[in-house]
Write a protein that binds this ligand. Structure first.
Ligand code: GLY
Length: 425
């Protein structure tokens, strides 16, 4: 793996933080500044790459326009997606996070432009991915701007997502595809869509969104987890009775394996459930998932998992930087609720430094994405060892959370974009 020597990093930042070492803070600040400089260079490049790719490879006639950058293909071409793709919101969301992190308002203009392309998704009821698409973009934008137009998009999206809730199952249906295989599939990823529902209740006073989120989380807690608190990827239900039909995987190595990003969604999901409800059941679940992850013999020393904890050829398996970024971001938040704070924070720090040091692209490469080495779906041989827009999003979120923690600020809802951003602090 490439070593990026631009950064002067304290390699044992986690341990030094644990020990209260005074030298860790300047090292972390130095790493942050270098990473943010790179992130701005890369974002500027990606902003140039998108229109070039749209011009050279437009959507076929009759197909929706390609509006958001997702990854880079095997030929090195930028891959764009239509608004309906589950990842379409991460690029504008990332630009909002970059604006906060750098204090440079200039990133807000493209954030608004790219958000506009995905607004039609607010009435798309054919997928559960509303939270990924709309909350990571409009939700993030609303936190910074309080723009009433964004609030309307969030509320409409929450209403649309709620139509996928089945009271007999007590969950939101994930996929509509593979109806010959699954009657009512629910994937662990779906936990992330609950943030949108909580936000909608806060903004409207309508508790129905909150209740759906809680029911979905309770059903998932009951049926998705194994005794060791690893999670299945897919649980299929009988939509009439709510009975579990099968537990399996779609993107993991095997039905009984622990797909890395799925474990990360579980950690993040139950941490956000505790944030929103203060129900200790969810905190306990998040801590059990964290214990599973941090104690796993196949978690590499740098904190960035292989694509599946049970992948057959470890250590000769691709990593998933997106899972590493997600776990780091979730652990920062979880550290604020838990007596295990020092352990979680040290692990998150270590992972963040690893990602910044060993997984970032050189300036001007990677079509403008920041991180290398993520894995989308290894079983389908799709997006293996590539950049992914959501890896960059959660990495930038983790950077912000680390910085907010260091400054004694709230980790979540960091507040409006402030002049100066993270620089110089
Ligand atoms: N939500 C889809 C994935 O994590 O790949």
């Amino acid at each position: 793996m490439r070593m990026n020597l631009r950064f002067f990093l304290c390699p044992v930042i986690g341990l030094t933080l644990l020990a209260g070492c005074q030298t860790s803070k300047p090292a972390a600040s130095s790493a942050m500044r270098g990473t943010l400089d790179l992130a701005e260079t890369q974002a500027a490049l990606l902003l140039r790459e998108v229109p070039a790719a749209q011009a050279s490879n437009p959507a076929p006639a009759g197909k929706p326009p390609l509006v958001s950058p997702r990854t880079v293909d095997a030929q090195g071409n930028l891959v764009l997606v239509a608004s309906r793709d589950w990842t379409s919101g991460f690029w504008p969301g990332y630009l909002w996070l970059l604006a906060e992190a750098t204090g440079h308002d200039k990133w807000q203009t493209p954030a608004r432009q790219y958000m506009a392309f995905i607004e039609p998704e607010k009435t798309n009821g054919t997928t559960h991915d509303m939270g990924f698409k709309v909350y990571c973009s409009f939700g993030t934008g609303y936190r910074y701007t309080q723009d009433a137009a964004y609030k309307e998009v969030i509320l409409t999206s929450a209403r649309t997502l709620s139509t996928r809730f089945n009271p007999a199952v007590g969950a939101i249906r994930s996929w509509d595809h593979h109806q010959d295989v699954w009657g009512f599939p629910v994937i662990i990823d779906n936990m992330l869509n609950l943030e949108l529902l909580f936000s909608a209740t806060r903004l409207s006073g309508d508790s129905s969104f909150y209740k759906i989120a809680v029911q979905h989380a309770n059903t998932t807690l009951k049926n998705h987890f194994r005794p060791d608190f690893s999670t299945y990827h897919v649980v299929d239900y009988n939509p009439g009775t709510g009975a579990v039909v099968t537990r399996t995987t779609h993107q993991g190595a095997a039905p009984e394996s622990a797909w890395a990003r799925g474990q990360a969604w579980a950690l993040y999901g139950y941490t956000l459930m505790y944030r929103e409800t203060r129900d200790p059941t969810y905190l306990a679940q998040a801590e059990r998932v964290a214990a599973y992850l941090l104690g796993h013999p196949n978690l590499p020393a740098d904190g960035v998992p292989y694509w599946d904890f049970n992948a057959p050829n470890i250590p000769n398996e691709p990593r998933d930087a997106s899972a590493g970024a997600l776990i780091a971001s979730a652990l920062y938040e979880l550290s604020t609720y838990s007596p295990q704070a020092a352990i979680y924070r040290a692990q998150a720090d270590k992972t963040l430094v690893s990602l910044a040091q060993d997984y970032t692209a050189s300036a001007g490469t990677n079509r403008g994405f920041l991180l290398l080495h993520s894995t989308g779906s290894k079983p389908s041989n799709s997006e293996v060892d590539v950049p992914l827009n959501y890896a960059d999003y959660y990495f930038m979120e983790a950077l912000l959370r680390q910085r907010h923690l260091a400054a004694g600020r709230a980790v979540v809802d960091g507040g409006p974009v402030v002049n100066g951003g993270m620089r110089g602090k």
